[in-house]
Design a protein around this ligand. Sequence first.
Ligand SMILES: Nc1nc2c(c(=O)[nH]1)N=C([C@H](O)[C@H](O)COP(=O)(O)OP(=O)(O)OP(=O)(O)O)CN2
Ligand SMILES: [Zn+2]
Length: 143
Amino acid sequence: MAGSSAERIGYITRVQSFSACHRLHSIHLSDEENKRVFGKCNNPNGHGHNYKVEVTVRGNIDRHTGMVMNLTDLKKHIEEVIMVPMDHKNLDKDVQYFSTVASTTENVAVYIWDNMVKALPPGLLYEIKIYETDNNIVVYRGE
Ligand SMILES: Nc1nc2c(c(=O)[nH]1)N=C([C@H](O)[C@H](O)COP(=O)(O)OP(=O)(O)OP(=O)(O)O)CN2
Ligand SMILES: [Zn+2]
């Protein structure tokens, strides 16, 4: 149990919204298979979402600063990793990663994880949670 001399672990989360359009389509499937698997979301005209992303880091609450990390620094990383490449973009056409990877919310979470983990101090990133809609929610923890 955490006592006065023990390290204490905290989880801190920053929420960020962004808007983007996409089409669900896999280069590994035929046109017919794409239509069957993705249905209306395979429509070539695409569709848009107001995504909400929760980025959570886990770590020691520093004795002197009282912080796991400075949320202002996390905000800057989120700007670089999420907002610059994806906000008001066509995910499939504007983000190189999705030229070969289907832009499902699972894969958007993996994309954010892979880039956020490079930006943050080692071992801090805990979870990426994305609300594609109010009803469709994806969690990725780097596993
Ligand atoms: N496993 C996944 N399934 C689906 C994804 C996904 O990213 N991962 N994405 C979609 C589509 O992008 C689509 O926009 C969502 O479709 P749907 O669930 O039909 O949602 P609605 O637009 O109808 O909105 P609700 O508010 O949820 O009704 C599909 N599947
Ligand atoms: Zn969609």
